[in-house]
Write a protein that binds this ligand. Structure first.
Ligand code: PLP
Length: 398
């Protein structure tokens, strides 16, 4: 019997004994990352096409962010929001100038950004308006408000009663959405492209239709760009692809190049409704997140990464369309920039496991959608290597 205890076993033991088992984890401990490569504690190297669950849009340990954070920790780590910092002000300005010119509230995660948006929507509209329409297959986070906003029953089981006031419409169905509007509706909350729901793009005219609906009935239009934002789709924000501007937008995931951070952006007219005393986040907009957030925006600009994302997207599109043509198991490719979903007629978890055995990290959502959220800094060679491995694995399923 082999009684040798490897480094991984020891870590596994720590998790088994001391970490709440709310995640399904691979029995692999990641030790180090650089760009789109990661190494486990045994020294195995993996190509990562899902770095940081969408947070590492610049790859692992992007140098600009590493430098900015390294300098910032020596100057100031945290100050409460009872004070101003140049960094937070500058970060808000940079986000404003790259979006719709409004103001920012900073927090630490996507769910928190959506909570702020939900509160703001209720505060800004007349007192009797509290309902928010969200969409089936959507995902808005795990706090109780965001869970209620998330129209997927699997995430509600056992948690009730949920926060009241959410109404769920089918994604893409403007008529059904219109039918849900009544005198108590305050806002519409939607991901411009559904991420966790399986990379679903909105049908033509849907988002513009929601904008019109909001304007006609005096509702706020909230875009959850936690996954789609900050360059993921090849533009700063996904709404730019559809020529529709929201009243409120939420950001997190890749906002700070992998450091935890979130933000809610809104117009200067709406922002004052989130009046002093009504909302806060102790760590929101802290100097480390702000320094990382600024460095992230600067790196994307200095290295022309928005157009790089579009060029990489074209490689993935070509390679995966070719796979779809060759392999009957592939039902559909859905792609916008570096949000990539490949729906297959097979168990997707099996694909994830087999890819991992071939040192490729991908994700599966909704059971049969292989989801890739690659870094903008991926090389052409890495994109092709990843597509080779993924295509090989999927073809072997036949
Ligand atoms: C990941 C995600 C969230 C939740 O973000 P957290 O940082 O995990 O709270 C919310 N909305 C969308 C669209 C997401 O993809």
């Amino acid at each position: 019997m082999n009684t040798e205890v490897t480094e991984s076993d020891t870590i596994g033991d720590l998790f088994a004994r001391y970490v709440v088992p709310n995640y399904t984890r691979f029995p692999v401990a990641i030790a180090r990352g650089n760009g789109s490569q990661v190494w486990d504690t045994e020294g195995n190297r993996y190509l990562d096409l899902f770095p940081g669950w969408g947070c590492n849009l610049l790859g692992h340990c992007p140098p600009a962010v590493v430098d900015a954070v390294g300098q910032q920790v020596q100057e100031l780590i945290h100050v409460p929001n009872t004070w101003q910092t140049r960094l937070q002000g500058r970060w808000a300005q940079m986000l404003s100038e790259r979006s719709f010119g409004g103001q920012a509230f900073f927090c630490n995660s996507g769910a928190e950004a959506n909570e702020a948006a939900i509160k703001l929507a209720r505060l800004h509209t007349p007192k009797d308006r509290y309902k928010i329409i969200s969409f089936k297959g959507g995902f808005h986070g795990r706090t109780l408000g965001a869970t209620a906003a998330t129209a997927q029953v699997k995430y509600h089981e056992g948690l009730g009663p949920l926060m009241a006031g959410f109404r769920y419409a089918p994604f893409g169905d403007l008529e059904a959405t219109t039918r849900l509007v009544d005198d108590e509706t305050a806002a519409i909350l939607v991901e411009p492209v559904q991420g966790e729901g399986g990379i679903h793009l909105p049908p033509d005219g849907f988002l513009a239709g929601l904008r019109q609906l909001a304007d006609d009935y005096g509702l706020l239009l909230i875009f959850d760009e936690v996954q789609t934002g900050c360059g993921r789709t090849g533009k700063w924000f996904a709404y730019e692809h559809f020529d529709v501007v929201p009243d409120i937008m939420t950001l997190a995931k890749s906002l700070c190049g992998g450091i935890a951070g979130g933000a809610m952006l809104t117009t200067a007219e709406i922002a004052p409704s989130l009046r002093p005393g009504m909302h806060a986040a102790t760590f929101g907009g802290n100097p480390i997140a702000a320094a990382a957030g600024i460095a992230t925006l600067e790196m994307i600009e200095n290295e022309n990464l928005l157009s790089r994302a579009a060029a990489l997207s074209a490689i993935f599109r070509e390679r995966l369309e070719q796979l779809a043509a060759e392999c009957e198991l592939v039902r559909e490719l859905r792609i916008l920039g570096l949000m990539i979903g490949l729906q297959i007629e097979a168990d997707g978890e099996q694909v994830v496991d087999r890819c991992m055995k071939e040192n490729l990290l991908v994700n599966c959502t909704q059971g049969n959608v292989i989801r890739l959220l690659p870094a903008m800094t991926l090389t052409d060679a890495e994109a092709h290597e990843g597509c080779d491995i993924l295509a090989g694995v999927i073809k072997q399923l036949v």
